[in-house]
Design a protein around this ligand. Sequence first.
Ligand code: DGI
Ligand code: FE
Ligand code: FE
Length: 194
Amino acid sequence: MKIEKAKKLIEDKLPEKRYKHSLRVAETAVKLADIYDGDKDKAELAGILHDYCKYDDLGSMYQIVRQHELNSDLLSYGSEILHGPVCAVIMKEQYGVSDEEVLLAIENHTTGRAQMTKTEKLVFIADYIEPGRQTPGIEEIRDLAYNQGSLDNTIYEISKRTVLHLISKDINVFDATIGCLNYYNYSDQRVKDD
Ligand code: DGI
Ligand code: FE
Ligand code: FE
């Protein structure tokens, strides 16, 4: 899909605030791609499209999970976990997006996962640090991402904060979120395979 078409699709579907967030995520992902030698075109396209299903009806999202035999654990969660995986299916099936890295980056943008591709990492981080985000302590994460030279350490710090936040509110943590946290914890003594 061409970038202009992707922008139009998001502008027509999402509220203005969310459209602007999508543009900022894309810009941030491109900036990170520049620093970390990623694919700017893939990062930009995934960044624009990642929240396309953010406000979709939950029932229709569950239907897509069943029809496409996605991870059935998704059925125990709400739209905050479903909108990524469902968007990846819709982009592939209805809009002909075929690039696997772009689809994975959309699918896993909320939770992350173990062994992410470069584009997944860029979009996962960009979604968290785009300039409109005002989470407490966000500057520390921005500094890690822009100045400390490690995508993986940045991912770990984001995952850690997300999991601590969820637990403090007694919200269930999705398996992939934990997989991401553990995989990118370089303080743990494990041999990494990439
Ligand atoms: O869609 P955005 O708002 O741009 O951001 P996002 O897709 O990263 O969604 C963030 C939300 O997802 C935030 O409220 C925390 C939630 N989240 C992330 N990991 C998990 C989770 N919620 C649950 N229940 N479990 C998780 O593992
Ligand atoms: Fe999202
Ligand atoms: Fe987002």
